[in-house]
Design a protein around this ligand. Structure first.
Ligand code: AMP
Length: 672
């Protein structure tokens, strides 16, 4: 089925090279983005491309009306109705799970999901036409329960297709979704529900992680109890994994979908003014209270569509796999919105990188001919520790490029990956706040060869410079400073902190008198114009008056062949203020089983640091835990490690992925 759709303008500006493009984006912001705006469908064309009269608040495409869901789904129906829009793969749904949870297969049927089951994974392909229908049913259900434009909907779900439908359905009807990462505990969920004043929460009976059942519904019940602002309804997608007793406010999604399906429900997209919010995504700040990053609608769509072309060199019809959770910015931007805006096929994966075996990523790549990959380095480092044959037994020749972001990409990991894939391994740098890359190598233009160890150079639209924090002056090549972006931020970046304009100004624009956005990352530019991220300004160590980034030391340590990963923290020292100590996870832990061998490897590690950074950075101790604590998104919990190293309590551990890592660190300290 196709429907008659309004024509959209498709002529895009052309640029000879990236320098010309970048210059245009900074010298004539309105001209540049006015051209890029043609990438999406506007129900009403903008009256003004940029309103920068009230900086640091920037308004993009003022007066323009559009709809994200329409652009992601409906717009592709004439040309790609039968092309896959989403391919969902779950290595959590395997034969073992199906035999222990007999209701799971039926639940898929109740939800209208025709899933293919294999021995150790399940899969569903969903065409643009299928997606169109499912999103309409979901939107119809939301409307039936009174959710409308501007209402906040908290989505607390694992990586299942209904989570994507829920996000797109909210966008369709102008409701503001706020996805809360499934790994967060009830308290964190309640805090976010309260701040967003959520009208509805969408969840599941249970999630699955490494074969373990996670009781989402129970966590939501607790959060509802704790929240000051109670949602009117909890919409439950029952996967048949864990029986639950419905509460008065609960709604069963499968039952409601059935009604919408029987009615062949179609919901008209609600056209939003470009600056109206599309979603909120909470991220931690320096205070305990998370910040609700508020994303606009039109700017977000234009920025993502542009990035798929220029940054990722993705094409309609190709397959993009951002291996992330929808609870994070990468999942929002590059698992859901951007690939669909561009008419690509996106992979949604529920599962771990090494289960059922460490070949699962490459097997998915082979089976689905993935063209562009994107993940955080941690996942790759995990695979690097495994037998090489898991990497070499699959045909990964469809891959054009592999992008990494979220944390520093160490050179050994990049080299390992590049050795196996034989394609560019492109580190790039961005933040939840920006929603798309600030620094990158452009895959589309033959601009500068990519340089390992650098996430690239500023992307179009970002007037990003390394600035001396004290003087506010731009740093020279090789000089360390704070990476800052001159206002206005380009389209797609946060428009404010939800219901807290003051916090937006203070947290991000306070340092440079409202004129520049502070990334809170140290950086430097090398003589060839490549940027290097040197760590968070808030994770700095001060050793005898010298400031050292923990990441710089970690990079030096990763030069040691046997180190799989490491975390450096500063611990209090009476004489020097702080001293760095290192926690190294080895590829083969048996190397440090005796005191002598441990001492030997410790000296080698210290030697690497002294070799690259000098004696000032010499770690006072090197511990060898079997694992280091991380968040579910793979960020090392340095604060927790530091607390343990100083014999203190770890504090808030709600984002902790694997609790045994804490014990591993304690044991390493004890055995030292
Ligand atoms: P988040 O908003 O949680 O994605 O975290 C953003 C932060 O992650 C940045 O401020 C950096 O500290 C770090 N980060 C992101 N990408 C990179 C990268 N390519 N290299 C180094 N650090 C990165």
């Amino acid at each position: 089925m196709t429907q008659q759709l309004p024509q959209q303008e498709t002529t895009l500006p052309t640029y000879q090279n990236f320098s010309e493009l970048y210059k245009h984006s900074i010298d004539d912001r309105a001209g540049f983005w006015g051209g890029q705006a043609r990438r999406i469908y506007w129900h009403k064309q903008p009256d003004k491309i940029l309103d920068d009269s009230n900086l640091p608040f920037a308004k993009w495409f003022v007066g323009g009306e559009t709809n994200l869901c329409y652009n992601c789904v409906d717009r592709h129906l004439p040309d790609r109705a039968e092309q896959d829009a989403l391919i969902w793969v779950s290595s959590e749904i395997n034969q073992e799970l199906l035999s222990n949870h007999p209701d799971v297969a039926d639940a898929f049927k109740r939800l209208g999901n025709s899933v293919e089951f294999y021995t150790d994974y399940a899969k569903r392909r969903l065409t643009y036409n299928d997606l169109y229908k499912e999103v309409n049913y979901f939107a119809d259900v939301l409307q039936r329960y009174g959710v409308g434009k501007g209402d906040r909907v908290v989505i607390y779900m694992p990586m299942i297709l209904e989570a994507a439908y829920a996000m797109l359905a909210c966008a369709r009807i102008g409701a503001i979704h706020s996805v809360v990462f499934g790994g967060f505990a009830a308290h964190n969920l309640a805090v976010r529900m309260d701040d967003a004043q959520a009208k509805m929460v969408i969840t599941v009976d249970a999630g699955l992680r490494g074969g373990k059942v996670i009781n989402y519904k129970n966590l939501v019940n607790q959060a509802v109890e704790q929240a000051n602002v109670k949602p009117e309804h909890v919409l439950v997608v029952d996967r048949g994994v864990m029986p639950y007793k419905p509460n008065a406010i609960d709604i069963d999604y499968a039952e409601q979908r059935k009604i919408s399906h029987e009615n062949k429900a179609r919901v008209e997209p609600v056209w939003l003014e470009s600056n109206e919010p599309s979603y909120l995504l909470y991220t931690s700040g320096t205070t305990g209270k998370p910040k609700g990053v508020q994303r606009d609608t039109g700017g977000h769509a234009v920025a993502l569509a542009t990035s798929i072309d220029y940054v990722y060199n993705g094409k309609a019809g190709e397959t993009f796999w951002a291996i992330s959770d929808i609870g994070w910015a990468v999942g929002h931007s590059y698992t859901i919105y951007a690939p669909l805006l561009a008419g690509m096929t996106s992979i949604m994966y529920e599962g771990l990188p090494h289960r059922p075996n460490p070949g699962i990523w490459w097997r998915i790549v082979e089976a689905n001919k993935v063209n562009i990959l994107f993940t955080a380095p941690t996942g790759v480092r995990m695979l690097k520790k495994q037998d090489e044959m898991w990497m070499t037994r699959y045909d990964v020749s469809s891959v054009k490029a592999f992008f990494l972001a979220g944390e520093p990409l160490d050179e050994p990991t990049a080299e390992w990956l590049s050795g196996h894939l034989g394609v560019p391994i492109l580190d790039h740098y961005w933040q939840t706040e920006t929603g798309w890359p600030i620094l990158s190598h452009v895959a589309k233009f033959d601009h500068k060869p990519h340089k390992q160890g650098s996430p690239g150079y500023p992307m179009y639209g970002y007037d990003a410079k390394v600035i001396n924090e004290e003087t506010g002056e731009a740093c020279q090549a090789g000089e360390k400073g704070m990476l800052a972006i001159t206002a206005p931020l380009p389209p797609g970046c946060l428009s404010t902190v939800w219901r807290n304009d003051e916090r937006f100004i203070n947290a991000y624009f306070g340092l440079f008198d409202g004129t520049r956005y502070s990334t809170s990352d140290y950086a430097q530019v090398d003589a060839d114009g490549y940027y290097h991220i040197l760590g968070r300004t808030d994770d700095v160590i001060n050793v005898a008056g010298h400031r050292l980034g923990t990441q710089e030391i970690e990079e030096a340590i990763s030069g040691h062949d046997e180190v799989a990963e490491c975390a450096v923290v500063g611990i209090h020292d009476e004489l020097k203020g702080e001293l760095p100590v290192a926690f190294c996870v080895l590829k083969d832990h048996s190397l440090v089983e005796t005191t002598e061998s441990r001492f030997r490897v410790e000296q080698q590690v210290i030697g690497e640091v002294v070799k690259s950074l000098g004696a000032i950075a010499r770690p006072a101790a090197v511990y060898f835990p079997k694992a280091v604590p991380k968040t579910r998104s793979g960020k090392i919990l340095r604060r927790a490690i530091r607390a343990l190293a100083e014999g203190k309590e770890t504090g808030d551990m709600s984002t902790l992925d694997d609790p045994t890592a804490i014990e591993a660190v304690k044991l390493a300290i004890k055995n030292y």
